[in-house]
Design a protein around this ligand. Structure first.
Ligand code: ADP
Ligand code: MG
Length: 276
């Protein structure tokens, strides 16, 4: 990891940004006017977001409003067609290619993915690996962590998400809730700056939702920075520092949970909330 960071010339910057006086409002992820088109259809029409350390930003909005696409642009699972991205003070450069806009440097993509971890609705654990193997894979092969350190860390993460007894299980031998907690442990193993969650509980049976939400809440308590898409409105209201309401690829309204849920100003947002 250090090697990748040095290659990018950001080592000093990261170190400097950890100095005491800058910690309070340290910006970990900044997206400016992100645009994305699928074919000729604009799906994101200039969405901006700044996540400072400890922020929990929740995106709400009806199906098709662009929440998943925006999250995927934030860790370059989708290439934005316009706008800027900055992670931990490091700007991601883009170039125009025959196939459209693409990141200037593949190392930026790898670095970005290791700093900004995604937890998906359908868990996406690798089916042919045990839970433990799922967790140590990227730390060993992407970050270059030693096997013994990676396994030690993985065991402590599994304990933390309540899966210490399941480390040798394959995903198919686990419930959805266990798989999702495993996926969260896998994301944590990279010690990311920012965690993205795309409807992490939507695919779960109702009785399994609580355990996953409890793990996410515990991440808030340790000061993790998260960007969350969820339909669990009560949870969003409880944990978020900021709520963004997306409508048709634009931010229609943004505010604190009490502003958004207590005093929504846009008629569309009021309509959206009334159907919840
Ligand atoms: P949300 O997560 O808010 O439900 P999405 O970001 O999934 O919304 O989708 C936003 C819009 O983009 C929708 O109209 C969807 O059909 C379209 N879309 C999403 N992914 C693709 C894709 N890979 N190709 C074409 N259209 C897509
Ligand atoms: Mg979605």
């Amino acid at each position: 990891m250090i090697k990748i960071i040095e290659t990018l010339g950001v080592a000093n910057k990261s170190l400097a940004s950890e100095s005491r006086d800058s910690v309070e409002s340290e910006t970990l992820l900044k997206a400016t006017k992100i645009e994305k088109n699928f074919g000729n259809t604009p799906v994101l029409k200039g969405i901006s977001l700044t996540a400072n350390r400890g922020d929990i930003i929740t995106l709400i909005g009806s199906s098709g409003s662009g929440k998943s696409t925006f999250l995927r642009c934030l860790n370059l699972l989708e290439q934005p067609d316009g706008g800027e991205l900055e992670v931990h003070g490091q700007k991601i450069g883009f170039k125009n290619t025959r196939h459209g806009r693409a990141p200037e440097n593949d190392r930026h993509v790898q670095w970005m993915r290791s700093r900004v971890a995604m937890v998906f609705q359908n868990f996406n654990l690798w089916a042919h690996m045990t839970l433990l193997e799922n967790i140590v894979e990227a730390p060993i092969h992407v970050l270059g962590v030693s096997k013994s350190k990676a396994y030690e860390h993985a065991h402590s993460l599994l304990e933390r998400v309540g899966l210490a007894e399941r480390s040798e299980h394959y995903p198919s031998q686990l419930s959805g809730g266990q798989q999702q907690r495993g996926a969260i442990a896998r994301a944590l193993a990279m010690n990311p700056d920012v965690m993205l969650f795309d409807e992490p509980t939507s695919a779960l049976d109702p009785e399994l939702v609580g355990d996953v939400l409890r793990v996410i809440r515990s991440l808030k308590e340790e000061g993790r920075t998260m960007i969350l898409v969820t339909h669990e409105m009560q949870f969003a209201e409880d944990v978020s520092t900021k709520i963004m309401y997306l409508n048709q690829g634009k931010v229609e309204e943004v505010g604190t949970p009490s502003q958004i849920f207590g005093h929504p100003s846009s008629a569309r947002l009021r309509q959206f909330l009334s159907t919840r």
